[in-house]
Write a protein that binds this ligand. Structure first.
Ligand SMILES: [Zn+2]
Length: 272
């Protein structure tokens, strides 16, 4: 990525972050920010092997999906990556689907790299990382970082252990040897334990499995069912997400079978 493109992305990430509610260092709830900004956000436990997220433009709506089977810290990164696609790329392409390859940075295509860079700048801006290292740590330059410090960074910025390490390395705060050493320490002590030992947010390390679907999606589903685009089972399943049954929305369904019966009666009536 060229330096001037990086700068453009930093400016856009910064502008987005300015609209968000931020605690000392991290965006408090990026999911809520999306809803506040008018994006249609869908969160659903799609399965561990399924895609991690997607973003698409539909008429005037921006729709973003994240899979709640991934650890919350990872889901937040996926969301930030999708926001990156929305802000940087939606003018040229209408939809993006992301999996472990595109999100981890192993996909070298320009748009995926840019979305990851946007996500890193949005969640952990360089200035705030500097501020954390300066104010929260005892002489960072001399003592260097421990895995417990990384757990504190996770909690403050709402990011995963891996993301914190990658970002710190990219910002030149740790070198590759330190990164490997911190990674080993993490494997020995486990992230959940580290988070607990610093009084951090242990929820970041678990999948939320949340279901969060905008209420208006019921309209889409009913419309699709009425136009024979989805089977009855799908209708039932989607309604189940809202704690509703088919009986609750019965008056909005076009009953194909009943209609046919009426037609038979009518034709029969004409024959008589
Ligand atoms: Zn992507």
């Amino acid at each position: 990525m060229r330096e001037n493109r990086k700068k453009e992305i930093r400016i856009k990430a910064d502008a987005f972050r300015e609209k968000c509610k931020v605690s000392r260092y991290g965006i408090i709830d990026l999911f809520k920010e999306c809803e506040r900004l008018g994006y249609k956000l869908l969160r659903y436990p799609l399965g561990e092997e399924a895609d991690l997220g997607f973003s698409l433009q539909r008429d005037n709506d921006i729709v973003i999906f994240t899979n709640t089977c991934s650890r919350l810290s990872r889901e937040i990164f996926t969301l930030a990556h999708e926001i990156g696609h929305v802000i940087l790329h939606m003018e040229s392409k209408f939809s993006f689907v992301d999996d472990a390859v595109t999100i981890s940075g192993r996909d070298t295509s320009e748009k995926e790299q840019e979305a990851n860079y946007f996500a890193a700048c949005l969640l952990m801006p360089a200035d705030d990382v500097d501020k954390f290292l300066d104010l929260e740590l005892e002489d960072f330059e001399r003592n260097r970082l421990t895995a417990m410090d990384i757990a504190r960074i996770m909690s403050e910025f709402n990011v995963s252990f891996d993301m914190a390490l990658n970002r710190l390395e990219n910002l030149g705060k740790i070198d590759n040897n330190e990164k490997i050493w911190l990674d080993n320490e993490r494997n020995e002590k486990r992230v959940g334990n580290l988070l607990r030992s610093v009084g951090g947010n242990a929820r970041l390390n678990a999948a939320s499995m949340d279901i969060d679907i905008p209420y208006e999606y019921i309209d889409y589903v009913i419309y699709n069912y009425n136009h024979n685009a989805i089977p009855y089972e799908t209708l039932e399943k989607v309604l189940g997400c809202y704690q509703l049954t088919v009986e609750d929305i019965r008056d909005r369904l076009v009953e194909q079978i009943e209609r046919d019966d009426d037609l038979d009666d009518l034709i029969g009536g004409l024959d008589d």
